[in-house]
Design a protein around this ligand. Structure first.
Ligand code: ARG
Length: 594
């Protein structure tokens, strides 16, 4: 399916250039936007470009809009192109195009990239997500990055880009000194192997409790970390074992979530590349000496004219920092993949870190790729930040710190999905029901995270998460299952589904459904541009509402003529294809029965 608004931009621009030759073609492209009309009765697309050009052309919006309409190229996809006060131009899709679009969607859904788009280039987009810290439980923010990042990576891929999925595992840092101390003092290998992250977290907490009574433990832990940095063999072996055990636990969670990575590459991988970063910075003359012989990058002045906190590149004791490792990471990724963009899906608490990271990376020239032709390609470095998540449920919100386990949240969701199915009286046999509640429970947690604007804080409210009403995973899944049961019913009565020939749309409810389906790629494109899956979930929710209206308004299996039945079954299949693709971008599988 095409992203129609792109073609419409071209049509509007052609009309404008003809009507107003004094405008330049580049200028025109910067002002045209294609939006939703203010009233659905006005059509599917609208542009307010006449208002935007009023000053520039010294004409009333109405006159500009009318001239635009007079020069609008004929296009079979548009039924009408009409004026609306004060200067809108509204476009309505033609029945012929609805029919053609439906035929296409019956066969499956994908987004066609126009020739003028950068998508499909060989430069991939790197999506870095999850990036939890080894030997610790996932924090609440790690739950979001794991789910959000996976969905963004799916979206990138669906939009025709090659994607590289990376988990930048936190496998280095001073806390390893503490964990190793705790293991050596109180650890039990078998207990750790049986339950890695629970046990390692317990030991880490114990270290802090003991260190309060015996402050000298802190120094011991520092020494251990120093030994680790200096390559002490025994400690290095222990560290490796900790990371591997911890990963075993994480992998179970990834499997349950259906989340995958191309690379799980920990911070430690970049340790021996930090010298290069320092050498690059010295050569470029951008690093200077800071307090006590440390190395810094001065961040310049703030609005008040005061010196901003400089970025610390190397500590005075010579040890490297999180930031330095991140700079080395960028350099490595640029050399390895020549990416179009690197998206860091990391919680908003690290905003300052990423501001610094990107500023220093640019100062080092790490965002550019030199090409043979001499033109530098640039890479967009983006922090995909997100808000906090909290729980309306008292028992979860009163827990100390960040120790809500993802598996507990999933278990609770699955349990509630079970009660929902029981209350509703599912038609499924018991063993299928078990698999179903797992899928619905996990899907609900994902959907709750993905259906919210990621910049807003998220309150987890169980009653809105596991429900068959409203914008929730069960509602969407149920709509799909309804479509599927219609098809099954038709097949039982009339034999295998046959969608040969062109569909014919007669009822308004059918056309409304098809218009919404044809517009779905626009939402996908916007979700991609803004790196916000919720833009897509809103469109999916609206599709399901429209489908339920359609289903309530017309007979499908019991249609009066064969032609009507064929066409309406086509609408059902098209809807299912689009919904299935949308859900797959969210990492949610569909169910044929519920
Ligand atoms: N491990 C870090 C944390 O949990 C997040 C890493 C984010 N990615 C990065 N390239 N710095 O806080």
């Amino acid at each position: 399916m095409k992203i129609l608004s792109r073609d419409l931009v071209a049509l509007v621009s052609q009309a404008l250039l003809e009507a107003f030759p004094e405008l330049g073609s580049e200028e025109v492209l910067t002002v045209i936007s294609i939006d939703d009309p203010r009233d659905v009765k006005h059509g599917e697309f609208a542009t307010g470009v006449a208002m935007k050009l009023s000053k520039r052309l010294g004409k009333a919006p109405k006159d500009i809009a009318e001239a635009l309409i007079a020069h609008f190229p004929k296009d079979y996809r548009l039924e009408t192109v009409e004026f609306a006060m004060p200067g809108f131009v509204n476009m309505k899709l033609s029945d012929a195009f609805l029919q053609e679009g439906l035929k296409q969607l019956e066969g499956g859904f994908s987004v066609e990239q126009g020739v003028d788009v950068t998508a499909g280039e060989e430069r991939p987009i790197i999506v870095e997500y999850s990036s939890t810290n080894a030997a610790k439980h996932m924090g609440v923010h790690h739950i979001i990055t794991t789910i959000l990042g996976d969905s963004l990576a799916n979206l990138v891929e669906f939009m025709g880009h090659e994607v590289v999925r990376i988990n930048h595992l936190g496998d280095w840092g001073t806390h390893f000194g503490k964990i190793i101390y705790a293991i050596e003092a109180w650890g039990d290998t078998a207990a750790i192997e049986a339950n890695p992250n629970d046990e390692l977290t317990r030991l880490y907490v114990k270290f802090h409790e003991e260190a309060e009574k015996h402050p000298e433990l802190e120094e011991e832990a520092r020494k251990i970390f120093k030994a680790l940095e200096d390559g002490d063999e025994e400690r290095t072996a222990l560290w490796k074992w900790i990371v591997e055990e911890s990963l075993k636990d994480l992998r179970k969670i990834f499997t349950r979530l259906g989340v995958e990575f191309d690379h799980i590459t920990g911070e430690s991988f970049y340790l021996n590349m930090t010298d290069e970063v320092i050498a690059d910075g010295m050569k470029a003359g951008v690093f200077t000496e800071g307090e006590g012989g440390s190395l810094i990058y001065p961040m310049g002045l703030d609005e008040k004219g005061e010196e901003k906190t400089p970025a610390l590149i190397r500590k005075s004791d010579g040890t490297t920092l999180y930031l330095t490792r991140d700079l080395a990471t960028i350099k490595y990724r640029m050399d390895t993949w020549h990416p179009l963009a690197i998206l860091y899906v990391v919680d908003h608490a690290q905003s300052l870190h990423f501001v610094q990271n990107f500023i220093v990376a640019k100062a080092l020239g790490y965002d550019k790729i030199a090409t043979a032709s001499g033109a530098d390609l640039s890479t967009s470095l983006e922090h995909i930040s997100f808000g906090r998540m909290s729980f309306g449920d008292r028992s979860m919100s009163t827990r100390k710190g960040n120790v809500i386990k993802l598996s507990e949240i999933l278990d609770e969701a699955v349990k509630r999905a079970g009660s929902l199915a029981a209350n509703k009286g599912s038609e499924l046999p018991r063993e299928d029901l078990y698999a179903l509640t797992e899928i619905v429970g996990v899907a609900s947690v994902k959907y709750t995270i993905l259906s919210q604007d990621r910049n807003k804080d998220l309150v987890f409210d169980w009653d809105k998460i596991i429900t068959l009403e409203g914008n929730s995973a069960p509602y969407l899944l149920y709509s799909y299952a309804r479509g599927s049961s219609i098809v099954q019913k038709a097949e039982a009565q009339f034999g295998p589904l046959d969608l040969a020939g062109l569909p014919k749309l007669t009822e308004e409810a059918e056309k409304a459904m098809v218009r919404k389906l044809i517009k779905f790629p626009e939402a996908l494109q916007r979700a991609f541009d803004e790196r916000k899956p919720h833009i897509m979930t809103t469109a999916l929710y609206e599709l399901c509402q429209e489908f339920n209206r359609f289903y309530g308004n017309v007979h499908v299996v019991n249609a009066t003529t064969e032609m009507e039945r064929r066409s309406r079954l086509g609408v059902v299949c098209a809807f299912m294809n689009v919904l299935k693709s949308g859900l797959s971008i969210l990492g949610i599988p569909v169910l044929d029965r519920m």
